[in-house]
Design a binder for this molecule. Structure first.
Ligand code: PAF
Length: 283
């Protein structure tokens, strides 16, 4: 596995491979790999001739009071896991190389950033969209793979890719979960033992809402009230930042479930903010 840190070097490496007719896959990450990342890499490996993984804790997607410093890092372990998983190139740029002094260009999709995570993290998706667009320019992939846990992020990336005619296929892959249902996240290591014991209720609550919809409940207000009760009872150490029933593509709030909806939540613990979601199609 090759490790590249310089933007111009990754650009010429990928250009050569594309010119040789190879189909490149990109898995953008912020590192501290878990099984969720590795599943994305394995899937990407099967659908491309060469696999690139970027490992960059992007400062522009963290707000001034957010957890950039707390974000867990272990680049050596990540490099080892990436190599074992069949990654061809690990791109690990420094922040100054990606966002040098005087950097001034941003990519945004504001219509998808009015609700959900954007309420508490107003500049987050601008940072994500910008870094992902830059990674696409630098690595010129035929396909890029993202996890569905970050559903709003995936919707923003799909939209900027479409609107800017970026020549890359975007693939979303299912959330990988611990055996107790907790969505895998690099931030889970920042949970205390009691918080970790309560956190699986995030997913259990979402499954309960899916069951209610399956039984015929269509009123989003009632569904969210039921979810709120579960969270109040089972996650006393977590503060529910939002719970929402939204259209899965446009992300606007839905009052009555008549077709597919996404139920999305964010729960804040002392040192970790966790998100999760479930896609429900009305039978
Ligand atoms: O999902 C992530 O890890 C990040 O938001 C991403 C897509 C790598 C952009 O920094």
């Amino acid at each position: 596995m090759k490790i590249i840190t310089q933007p111009d070097e990754i650009q010429s490496w990928t250009m050569q491979r594309r010119c040789a007719g190879e189909r490149l896959a990109l898995v953008p990450t912020m590192g501290f790999f878990h099984e969720g990342h590795l599943a994305l890499m394995r899937w990407a490996r099967e659908h491309a001739d060469a696999l690139l993984v970027s490992l960059f804790v992007n400062p522009t997607q963290f707000g001034p009071r957010e957890d950039l410093k707390l974000y867990p890092r272990d680049p050596e372990r990540d490099a080892r896991l990436a190599e074992e998983t069949g990654v061809d190139v690990l791109f690990m740029p420094e922040a100054e190389a990606m966002f040098p002094e005087g950097y001034a260009t941003w990519v945004e999709a504001p219509s998808l950033c009015r609700g959900l995570c954007a309420v508490q993290r107003p500049t987050h998706f601008r940072g994500v969209a910008t870094v992902v667009a830059k990674l696409f320019v630098l690595t010129n992939p035929a396909l890029a793979v993202f996890g569905e846990k970050d559903w709003q992020q995936l919707a923003v990336i799909r939209r900027i890719t479409r609107d800017l005619h970026l020549p890359v296929e975007i693939h979303g892959r299912p959330t990988v979960r611990e055996s107790d249902g907790l969505a895998m996240s690099s931030r889970n290591v920042n949970l205390g033992p009691e918080e970790r014991a309560q956190a699986p209720a995030i997913h259990r609550g979402l499954l309960y809402v899916a069951r209610l919809v399956g039984e015929g409940e269509a009123d989003a207000t009632l569904l969210l009230a039921a979810l709120g009760e579960i969270y109040a009872r089972e996650i006393p150490l977590g503060h529910v930042e939002y719970m929402a029933v939204v259209d899965p593509d446009q992300l606007y709030p839905v009052e009555e479930v008549t077709g597919p909806v996404l139920v999305a939540v964010a729960v804040r613990f002392a040192n970790a903010r966790l998100i999760d979601n479930i896609l429900i199609s009305r039978k």
